[in-house]
Ligand binder design. Structure first.
Ligand code: COA
Length: 287
């Protein structure tokens, strides 16, 4: 068996998509992002050939916070269990480490046993787990406003509050950009405020809550995603209700990502949100 791992090229699309489109009963997002990934200079796609046949792919993204993000690993069903996903992973980490990256992260659904075992074998450990809540009905969302969009002058105050929160600690200091975790630092928060994605609510006793919320996209799919939330529970309910009530996308496409075990889970349930699935974040640091 001759195995070659190399960078992806445009002509790889057809043979790869012939099997990738069948992943998860045809619900895989990779076919819709392939062209974008191939063009993107902020990352690199790799493929694996066995005896001249294309049987797998993956991608490493170089994030602004200096970490490498591994994603999109897909191995042809007839070629699984032969160590090919790990070969692709090692190759992409080598590529990124040559560019100075030493921390790598990736995510998978908690239900994906094969992925979990495969990444453990590659030296990754779980560092955080998030519950993803979905609003299927607006009926229990609270009415009323009192929610403000933050402006650049709010940056330092919001950052202090976020950094002091249980959600920031339990979530290892990240927010979610679609299904990629990114460091929630001064630079990213400033960008999120400029995009008008950061909201707050406060009450007369001086309590407050902050949320990062905006439209997310993966290929053709667009949804509203609250990718960070912290603060006083009643005010968190107020923010979620306000943003999800007025949301444009279909109502079952509103998600909140919350670190597992957060006390805010109860608040989300009180306004009718339900746990939908769980995402696990894995990390490996090269020595
Ligand atoms: C997950 C996936 C990428 C693994 O690819 P792979 O090439 O088969 O993985 P490897 O052969 O490198 O696996 C290495 C280890 O992972 C574990 N593993 C792989 N598949 C497994 C399975 N179906 N069940 C349990 N463990 C599994 C094993 O421990 C294996 O080591 P071992 O064979 O020495 O015991 C592949 O199953 C796949 O393409 N699945 C569909 C897409 C997907 O889930 N991608 C990941 C999304 S995050």
């Amino acid at each position: 068996m001759t195995v070659i791992v190399r960078e992806a090229k445009p002509s790889d699309k057809k043979p790869l998509m012939d099997f990738v489109t069948k992943t998860w009963g045809g619900h895989d997002y990779v076919p819709s992002v392939w062209d974008e990934w191939l063009r993107d200079k902020g990352g690199k796609m790799f493929v694996v050939e066995v005896d001249g046949k294309l049987v797998g792919m993956n991608r490493v993204r170089l994030l602004k916070d200096g970490t490498g993000w591994l994603e999109g690993v897909r191995i042809h069903p007839d070629f699984r269990g032969k160590g090919l996903a790990s070969l692709l992973g090692e190759k992409s980490m080598k590529y990124a480490s040559n560019l100075g990256v030493s921390t790598f992260r990736l995510t998978s659904s908690s239900r994906n046993r094969a992925a979990r075992r495969q990444v453990a074998k590659m030296g990754f450990s779980e560092v955080a787990r998030f519950d993803v809540f979905r609003a299927r009905t607006k009926s229990r969302l609270l009415r009323g406003g009192g929610v403000d969009r933050l402006s650049p002058s709010d940056l330092s105050k919001a950052l202090r509050m976020i950094r002091g929160s249980e959600e920031y600690r339990a979530g290892k200091g990240v927010y979610w950009d679609a299904f990629v975790t990114r460091a929630l630092d001064r630079e990213s928060l400033s960008e999120l405020i400029a995009k008008r994605y950061v909201f707050s609510a406060r009450d007369e006793e001086g309590n407050s809550a902050v949320a990062v919320c905006g439209p997310s996209r993966e290929g053709e799919e667009v949804w509203l995603q609250m990718s960070f939330l912290c603060g006083e529970p009643a005010l968190c309910k107020k923010i979620v209700s306000h943003l999800f009530r007025s949301s444009r996308p279909k109502r079952d496409e509103n998600f909140v990502f919350l670190p597992k075990g957060s006390r805010l889970s109860k608040s989300l349930k009180e306004v009718g949100l339900k746990k939908y699935f769980q995402m696990v974040v894995f990390e490996r640091r090269l020595d």
